[in-house]
Design a binder for this molecule. Structure first.
Ligand code: PLP
Length: 386
């Protein structure tokens, strides 16, 4: 066998993702793109704002495209720090920013920098499935702590999960797969749970920070929790997922911040990222205040919630991101997602997010598909309940 046992195991564990993908391709080939309602992908379908496209064109002709310092362009780090100081409401300098290849690249850089073999990282289930792989990439162990019924962190359970090997906790708000946003009180609850554990790093994974609806606030983790950092990207809010650009921002309260920053820079190099994409660093810095039209996602969320309500399906109403985590009839997420396939509807079973009994609908698709899928969703919900 040419591949490692670990990779073989990973491939088997994530086979349902492949299955969904293959099902989608099969259905699209059979019935045509228009007849398949693909709620399985968190891949933004709204084009990036005009200003972003213009910046790409302008900078493409202007910059050298060569290697640079592993942390990124000094000027870009300064611009990100100055913008970050406003949105996170703490003072950030260029030295607190390391540019990354998206949030996924940033998370790997952080975990590489902090984990010793066997160290534990707490994640709150349901969680972004890649966390497990990222943690294992760097010799760590994922410790899954289920959220409460509203998909908000259970601070007592977090406290109970802490051992002397706990090195970090990953939090993600607005959340994938639930769309829930953690309030100020919730964040303070996490801070209090970690009060006597100053060595545990809070990693706030925030690629959806700007995607919130109805004026909901996303509190600043950097301000609320001393030993914290933010990992984020332009993948979702300006639809640049394929361009792999993001950054890590180190909170002012991190003990030994310089050592951590240097480790992040070295990790960026030795993981083979070398540096975040040159062109995209320039584009991101020039477009820090840009966003796609969030009202489009809000409208889709509302339409989908109405469809789910009419189908009699339960979910905790999402305040952000572009996901709804829906309770499967009879709590069988695999049966629900398989049944939906017969209506040409693709979703992701909660099993893949470390949380059985639910399925994730992503609304990165035009609202006409949501409307077109409505009858199929209702039929399946009815059939499985009977
Ligand atoms: N974190 C969460 C919660 C996500 O949902 C995603 C992508 O879907 C990522 C991180 C990685 O995003 P990217 O690497 O494109 O920034």
């Amino acid at each position: 066998m040419i591949i490692s046992e670990q990779m073989q195991g990973y491939a088997e564990k994530s086979s349902w993702i492949r299955k969904m993908f293959e099902e989608g391709a099969r259905l699209k080939a059979l019935y045509g793109q228009e007849q398949v309602y693909d709620f399985s992908l968190g891949n933004p379908d709204i084009p990036p704002p005009h200003r972003v496209i213009e910046a790409i064109e302008d900078y493409a002709a202007e910059i050298s495209h060569g290697y640079m310092a592993n942390a990124g362009y000094a000027e870009t780090r300064e611009q990100v720090a100055s913008h970050g100081s406003v949105i996170y409401d703490v003072r950030l300098d260029a030295g607190d920013i390391v540019m990354s290849c998206g949030a996924g690249g940033g998370l790997n850089v952080v975990l590489k920098s902090i984990l010793n073999p066997g160290d534990e990282v707490i994640t709150l289930a349901p969680y972004f499935v890649e966390y497990g792989f990222y943690i294992q990439n760097h010799g760590g162990r994922l410790v899954s702590v289920p959220c409460n019924k509203e998909f908000l962190p259970d601070t007592r359970a977090i406290k109970e999960a802490i051992t002397e090997k706990t090195r970090a906790i990953i939090i993600n708000s607005p959340n994938n797969p639930t769309g829930r946003v953690y309030s100020r009180e919730t964040i303070e609850g996490i801070r209090d749970a970690l009060m006597d554990k100053p060595d545990i790093l809070v990693i706030s994974d925030e690629p959806y920070r700007r995607l919130v609806y109805d004026g909901v606030e996303v509190p600043s983790i950097l301000k609320a929790i001393p030993n914290s950092l933010v990992v984020t990207s332009a993948s979702k809010d300006i639809s640049l997922a394929g361009e792999r650009i993001g950054y890590i921002a180190l909170g002012p309260g991190i003990a030994d911040k310089d050592a951590l920053c240097n480790a992040l820079i070295l990790s960026t190099r030795i993981l083979g990222f070398v540096n975040a994409p040159a062109l995209m660093q320039k584009v991101l810095a020039a477009c820090m205040d840009c966003s796609i039209d969030i009202a489009i996602y809000r409208r889709r969320r509302n339409i989908l919630m109405q469809v789910l309500d009419e189908a009699g399906l339960d979910y905790a109403p999402p305040e952000g991101a572009f996901y709804i985590f829906v309770h499967a009839p009879l709590g069988d997420d695999l049966a629900f997602s398989n049944a939906l396939v017969h209506e040409n509807i693709l979703v992701v079973p909660g099993t893949g997010f470390g949380y059985k009994g639910y399925v994730r609908f992503a609304y990165c698709l035009d609202e006409r598909y949501i409307q077109a899928a409505a009858d199929g969703i209702k039929r399946i919900a009815q059939r499985l309940k009977d």
